[in-house]
Design a protein around this ligand. Structure first.
Ligand SMILES: *[C@@H]1O[C@H](CO)[C@@H](O)[C@H](O)[C@H]1NC(C)=O
Ligand SMILES: *[C@@H]1O[C@H](CO)[C@@H](O)[C@H](O)[C@H]1NC(C)=O
Ligand SMILES: *[C@@H]1O[C@H](CO)[C@@H](O)[C@H](O)[C@H]1NC(C)=O
Ligand SMILES: *[C@@H]1O[C@H](CO)[C@@H](O)[C@H](O)[C@H]1NC(C)=O
Ligand SMILES: *[C@@H]1O[C@H](CO)[C@@H](O)[C@H](O)[C@H]1NC(C)=O
Ligand SMILES: *[C@@H]1O[C@H](CO)[C@@H](O)[C@H](O)[C@H]1NC(C)=O
Ligand SMILES: *[C@@H]1O[C@H](CO)[C@@H](O)[C@H](O)[C@H]1NC(C)=O
Ligand SMILES: *[C@@H]1O[C@H](CO)[C@@H](O)[C@H](O)[C@H]1NC(C)=O
Ligand SMILES: *[C@@H]1O[C@H](CO)[C@@H](O)[C@H](O)[C@H]1NC(C)=O
Ligand SMILES: *[C@@H]1O[C@H](CO)[C@@H](O)[C@H](O)[C@H]1NC(C)=O
Length: 692
C-alpha cells in the first residue's frame, strides 16, 4: 500500500515538476551555465542559459576595447570570438582540459555558417573568414598569438600585431585554431552555438557480450601504459594485473588468481558494505609506479587507521548521539585512501607485476558515522591529473544529519585533491585537511568560502561509479544510488549541487529523521539528473541500485558508439543512453536486450527460459585502453563484442573482418562457481546490503 502511494506520488510529482534543467552544457570554469533574464550589455546573449554574468560581460568589453581594433569587419569577428566565453557551450568550444585555450575552436567546415556581415562571401569556413577579415588589421595584445593557443591568459605587454605577423598563411592559422563540429566536439562559427537538431543516433539493437573470466571484481582499471593489460580488484582487497585477450581471439582473461599484483587483505576490513572499493593509477604510473587504493578499515583491529570522525562539531554532529539514530559503531570504521608503489626500478616499473603491500603514504582517513553509503571509487581526472574521491552520505536512511547538503561536511560529496603536491604542516592546519594532499587552486572553495576545500560537487547519496568520457573529458558522468524511489545519472560540474536529500532524483524527498536540520528546497538550485529510473519501473520487489558505466567509445560495436552504458546491480538491466542532439545533455535511454555471443570463450550461464546471460549482481563496469567496455558481475567478467556475434543487426559493423559466429556444442545450463569460492559468494551477497 505504501509502495502504491509512493508510486502515485512519484508520478504526480513528476508531472508537477518543470522539465528538469539540463546540467549541460558547461562553462569554461567547468560550472553549469547560469540563467539569464534579459540580455547582456555587451555580448550578444539574451535569455536562457549563459556562462557570463554582468560583471564578466563588462570584463570582456574592457578586454575587447583594449584591443583597439580599427577595422569594423575584423572588430565584429573578434568581438564574437571574445564573447564565445559567454556561450553556454564554452567548455566544449574552448576545449577545456587542464586550462582552456585563449580562443574557441573555430569552425573549419563548409557546414558552419559565417557571421551575417560576411555572408556575401562564398567561403563558408569561419576560420577563413577570421583570417580574411583580420589578416592585416593590427590588434593590441592579440588573442591569436601562437603562445596562447593552449592558454587562457592574454598578453599584458601592449604588443601590436596582425595575423600575418603571427602566422605564415591562412592554412597555418586555421590548422592552429580550427576544428570541425562533429558528434564529439563543437566549433565556433561566429554565432551562439545552436545544435544540429536532426543529428539523432538510433539506439543499438542489443548488447552482445562474451564471458572472459569467472571471477567477481569490483573494479577494473586499464594499465596507464596504454597496453592491453588492466588491473582488477576484489572486495576483500586483492589487485591482479591481467592481460586482456584481443577481440575475436576466443581467449579468456589471462589472470592468475594465485598470484595477485598486490594483496592488501590484511589492511582491508571486509563486511557487508565494506572492503576495497576503489583503486587508481597515477597517470605517470609507468615511470613513477604510484598507485592508490581506497578501502575501509576497522580502527579496533588496526589502530593505524584511526582518523578524524565525519561526525564532529564543525558539522553540528555529536558522535555520542549517533547510536540513537542507527545501530552501528560510530567512527569505528574508516574510509582510507592510501598510496602504494609497484616493485622495480624506474626503467622497469611499466612491466612490474608486483607491488609492495607496505603503504607509502596515507592520503586520506575519515571515520564513518554509520555503516553504509560510503562510495569509495577513486579516479584521476584525465585532463587535470587530480584525484577525485567519490564519497557517499555515510549511511542511515535518509541522511539524517543532512551531511550531503552541508558544505562543511565531506560526506555526500565528490572530492578533488592534488596528490602530486604534499601539504606543509601550515597548509594542513590552515585548510583543516583530512589528510596528505593539497587543494587545487580552482576548487569551488576558492569562490565559496563556506565550502570545505576538498569539495568539487555535493548533494550526492552514494556515487557508485563515475567515469570521464574519453573523447570529451568535460563530461564527468556519475551514477548516484537512490533511497527508495529513484536511481540517477548526473553530469558533474564544478560546485554543482545534485540535490540529495532535498531531492531523490527529480522527486522531493521527505526525511524521517533530521537531527542535523533541514535544507529548504527554495534555498538551493539543484542540478537534476540527466538520466534515471524509478524503482517501480524495473523491479517489483523494489530493490534497485544503479551502477554507472562508460560512454562507449570503442570501434568494436559502432552502433553503440557514443552511448552511455550503465546498469542496475540487482535487476540485471543494462541501458544505453544516447544524446540528442549531440552535446545537448538531453539523453534518452533504452533498456537494452543483451545476450551472450554463441562463441563466447566461457559459456554463459543463461537466465532460465531466456537468452540473456545470468549476470547475477552487476557490480561495476570497466574500460580498457582500446575503450572496449566490460561488465563486472558476480558471475564473471563480460566484454561488449561485435553485435553480429549475437546476431544483432548493426549496418555500421564492418562485416568483412568478422568471423561468422559458431554455435557452441555445449551450450547448456551451467552452474557458475565463483572462482574465489564461498568467501566471495558470501561477500557478494553481503554486498547487497550496501545499497538497501
Ligand atoms: C588605438 O588606435 C588608434 C589608431 O587607430 C590610435 O590613435 C590610438 O593611439 C590607439 N590607442 C591605444 C591605446 O593604443
Ligand atoms: C576560401 O578558403 C580558401 C582555403 O580554405 C582560401 O584559399 C580562399 O582565399 C577563401 N576564399 C575567400 C573568398 O575567402
Ligand atoms: C611580449 O609579447 C611578445 C609577443 O607576444 C613576446 O614575445 C614577449 O615575450 C612578451 N614579453 C613579456 C615580458 O611578456
Ligand atoms: C582547416 O582548414 C585549413 C585549410 O583552410 C587546413 O589547412 C587545416 O588543416 C584545417 N584544420 C583542421 C583542424 O581541420
Ligand atoms: C545535421 O545532422 C545530420 C545528420 O547527422 C547531417 O546529415 C547534417 O549534415 C547535419 N547538419 C549540419 C549543419 O551539420
Ligand atoms: C616488492 O617489494 C617489497 C618491498 O618493497 C618486497 O618486500 C617484496 O618482496 C617485493 N616483491 C617482489 C615479488 O619482488
Ligand atoms: C599523513 O601522512 C602521515 C605519514 O604517512 C600519516 O602518519 C598520517 O596519518 C597521514 N594523515 C592522514 C590524515 O591520513
Ligand atoms: C525537517 O523536515 C521534516 C520533513 O519535512 C520534518 O518532519 C522535520 O521536523 C524537519 N526538521 C527540522 C529540524 O526542521
Ligand atoms: C531530447 O531527445 C528526445 C528524444 O531523442 C527528442 O525527441 C527531443 O526533441 C530532445 N529535446 C530537446 C530539447 O532537444
Ligand atoms: C569458468 O567456469 C566454468 C564453469 O564452472 C568452467 O567450465 C570454466 O573452465 C571456467 N573458466 C575459467 C577460465 O576459469
Amino acid at each position: 500500500m505504501g509502495g502504491l502511494l509512493n508510486i502515485l506520488s512519484l508520478f504526480s510529482l513528476l508531472l508537477l515538476l518543470p522539465l528538469p534543467s539540463y546540467p549541460l552544457p558547461l562553462c569554461t570554469n567547468l560550472r553549469a551555465p547560469i540563467s539569464l533574464k534579459g540580455r547582456l550589455a555587451f555580448c550578444p546573449y539574451n535569455d536562457g542559459k549563459v556562462c557570463c554574468d554582468a560583471a564578466e560581460d563588462l570584463q570582456l568589453r574592457k578586454l575587447f576595447d583594449a584591443m583597439n581594433i580599427s577595422d569594423s569587419t575584423c572588430s565584429a569577428v573578434v568581438k564574437s570570438i571574445i564573447c564565445a566565453s559567454c556561450d553556454p557551450f564554452s567548455a566544449e568550444l574552448f576545449e577545456v582540459k587542464s586550462s582552456p585555450r585563449s580562443v574557441p575552436v573555430l569552425c573549419n567546415t563548409t557546414a558552419s555558417t559565417p557571421i551575417s556581415s560576411l555572408s556575401s562571401q562564398t567561403n563558408n569556413s569561419f576560420c577563413s573568414s577570421v583570417w580574411e577579415a583580420c589578416k592585416t588589421v593590427s590588434i593590441l595584445n592579440s588573442p591569436f598569438a601562437p603562445a596562447l593557443q593552449t592558454k587562457a591568459e592574454l598578453p599584458q605587454n601592449a604588443t601590436l600585431s596582425t595575423l600575418t605577423d603571427l602566422w605564415q598563411s591562412e592554412s597555418d592559422f586555421c590548422s592552429a585554431f580550427s576544428g570541425s563540429s562533429d558528434e564529439k566536439s563543437l566549433c565556433f562559427s561566429g554565432k551562439p552555438v545552436s545544435l544540429n537538431k536532426s543529428d539523432t543516433l538510433p539506439p543499438p539493437k542489443g548488447i552482445c557480450l562474451e564471458k572472459i573470466d569467472n571471477g567477481s571484481y569490483l573494479n577494473m582499471v586499464a594499465h596507464p601504459d596504454g597496453s592491453n593489460r588492466a588491473f582488477f580488484s576484489s572486495q576483500p582487497g586483492k589487485i591482479w594485473l591481467a592481460t586482456i585477450p584481443d577481440q575475436d581471439s576466443g581467449d579468456t582473461l589471462e589472470l592468475d588468481e594465485s598470484s595477485p599484483f598486490v594483496d592488501l587483505t590484511d589492511q582491508v576490513h571486509l563486511d557487508a558494505a565494506f572492503g576495497m572499493m576503489g583503486m587508481a593509477f597515477h597517470r605517470n604510473y609507468a615511470t613513477n609506479g604510484r598507485f592508490f587504493a581506497s578501502f575501509n578499515c576497522d580502527k579496533d583491529k588496526s589502530p593505524a587507521c584511526a582518523g578524524r570522525c565525519a561526525c564532529n562539531s564543525d558539522v553540528s554532529c555529536d558522535p555520542s548521539e549517533l547510536s540513537s539514530i542507527d545501530t552501528g559503531k560510530p567512527c569505528r570504521y574508516h574510509v582510507v585512501v592510501a598510496e602504494y608503489s609497484a616493485n622495480g626500478s624506474s626503467s622497469s616499473l611499466s612491466t612490474a607485476e608486483k607491488a609492495s603491500p607496505v603503504e607509502v603514504r596515507r592520503i586520506f582517513t575519515m571515520g564513518l558515522p554509520f555503516t553504509a553509503n560510503h562510495g569509495g571509487q577513486i579516479l584521476f581526472g584525465p585532463a587535470d591529473g587530480y584525484l577525485y574521491i567519490m564519497m557517499g552520505d555515510g549511511g542511515s536512511k535518509g541522511d539524517p544529519y543532512n551531511f550531503a547538503q552541508n558544505k562543511k561536511s565531506i560526506l555526500g560529496k565528490i572530492l578533488r585533491v592534488d596528490v602530486d603536491n604534499m601539504p606543509s604542516e601550515q597548509d594542513k592546519v590552515e585548510h583543516n585537511l583530512w589528510g596528505n594532499y593539497t587543494v587545487p587552486q580552482d576548487n569551488p572553495s576558492s569562490e565559496d568560502k563556506q565550502m570545505e576545500p576538498s569539495i568539487w560537487a555535493y548533494g550526492l547519496r552514494n556515487p557508485w561509479r563515475c567515469s570521464f568520457d574519453s573523447e570529451r573529458p568535460s563530461y564527468f558522468v556519475c551514477a548516484d544510488v537512490g533511497q527508495d524511489q529513484y536511481e540517477e545519472v548526473d553530469i558533474i560540474s564544478k560546485g554543482g549541487n545534485y540535490g540529495w536529500r532535498v531531492y531523490e532524483g527529480p522527486v522531493r524527498f521527505e526525511p524521517q529523521k533530521s537531527p542535523g536540520g533541514n535544507t529548504s528546497a527554495d534555498s538551493i538550485d539543484p542540478i537534476f539528473p540527466v538520466l534515471g529510473y524509478s524503482h517501480s519501473e524495473i523491479n517489483k520487489l523494489g530493490s534497485a541500485a544503479i551502477s554507472g558505466g562508460y560512454v562507449y567509445r570503442a570501434q568494436t560495436d559502432p552502433c553503440t558508439y557514443g552511448s552511455y552504458l550503465y546498469g542496475d546491480l540487482y535487476a540485471s538491466h543494462i541501458w544505453a543512453a544516447s544524446e540528442t542532439p549531440q552535446n545537448s545533455g538531453n539523453f534518452t535511454s533504452t533498456d537494452m536486450p543483451f545476450s551472450c555471443a554463441v562463441d563466447s570463450p566461457i559459456n554463459c550461464e543463461s537466465v532460465p527460459n531466456s537468452d540473456s546471460p545470468a549476470l547475477k549482481i552487476i557490480f561495476s563496469f570497466g574500460e580498457d585502453n582500446r575503450k572496449d567496455v566490460y561488465i563486472l558481475t558476480q558471475s564473471g567478467v563480460y566484454r561488449v563484442v561485435r553485435p553480429s556475434r549475437c546476431n544483432y543487426a548493426c549496418s555500421k559493423e564492418v562485416m568483412t573482418t568478422a568471423k561468422p559466429p559458431q554455435a557452441s556444442p555445449s551450450r547448456g545450463y551451467i552452474m557458475a562457481i565463483p572462482h574465489m569460492g564461498l568467501m566471495l559468494l558470501v561477500s557478494a551477497v553481503l554486498f547487497l546490503d550496501l545499497f538497501l
